[in-house]
Design a protein around this ligand. Structure first.
Ligand code: CTP
Ligand code: MG
Length: 229
């Protein structure tokens, strides 16, 4: 056995799923909208649970749908469902507070990234297990990126070779994520940002295009196409 052999079930995954999905247009909360007839959250939960490291999922559900969410998720690992909060960060904090004490590694994964490959979950978990306190999956940026002034006149081009588009699942040693949330002042859009604010280095590992975030109707259409393959 190597020092960092995969260990089945040492990872709890927090799944913020309480958002409204405003950018997707009118309808149910985004995590409950369907892709190929199955709620986005159920797609995500099944893929997370298919990763051998994952022993527990803690879902932050839309506050009015806690019981319905518990009933709809059919996975072979432990499931805890809590009510989410007004912001993503509040939803993650509520889920983190409910993680059983036995899990040394905690991942945070957006329900909106419904098609996350289990291999990506394992890659992030393995990097935390190997000693990195905070780990994010990231992809190179493909577009040319310009900064603009208030009048939309381009000011210049940014060197994209040093840019990364960051995805989830983001992985943490449990104590690090707890300390990062305890110290949080301004709401941020991800948890690695909170870890950085308390001085924790964040390692980027290769992301996966299949883990795209379903934000707008176009993304839902892409995800439908990916499921057809
Ligand atoms: N989220 C959450 N609680 C909130 C807001 C967001 O748990 N109060 C979750 C969403 O359900 C989603 C993830 O955080 O899985 C990423 O957020 P985003 O993609 O912005 O989803 P929504 O907030 O639902 O979408 P929108 O911003 O378009 O309303
Ligand atoms: Mg949002």
């Amino acid at each position: 056995m190597t020092a960092h052999a995969p260990s089945r079930g040492d990872v709890a995954v927090l799944v913020p799923a309480a958002g409204l999905g405003t950018r997707l247009g009118p309808g149910a909360p985004k995590a409950l909208r369907t892709l190929a007839g199955v709620p986005l959250l159920v797609h995500a939960a099944r893929r997370l649970a298919a990763a051998p490291s994952v022993g527990c999922l803690v879902v932050a559900a839309p506050p009015g749908d806690v019981d319905g969410v518990r009933d709809m998720i059919d996975i072979p690992v432990d499931l805890i469902v809590v009510a989410g909060g007004d912001t993503r960060q509040a939803s993650v904090a509520a889920a983190l507070a409910a993680v059983p004490p036995t899990f040394p590694i905690v991942l945070v994964h957006d329900a909106a990234r419904a098609l996350v490959p289990p291999e990506l979950v394992e890659r992030v978990a393995a990097a935390v297990r190997a000693g990195h306190d905070a780990v994010v999956p990231a992809l190179p940026v493909v577009d040319t990126i310009r900064t603009v002034g208030p009048d939309e006149i381009a000011l210049g081009t940014v060197d994209r070779s040093v840019l990364r588009a960051v995805q989830t699942p983001q992985g943490f040693r449990r104590e690090v994520l707890t300390a990062a949330h305890a110290a949080a002042v301004d709401p941020l859009t991800d948890d690695a940002g909170l870890a950085e604010q308390i001085g924790v280095p964040v390692l980027c590992v290769p992301g996966d295009e299949a883990a795209l975030k379903i934000t707008r109707p176009f993304d839902l259409a892409i995800a439908e196409l990916l499921l057809r393959d």
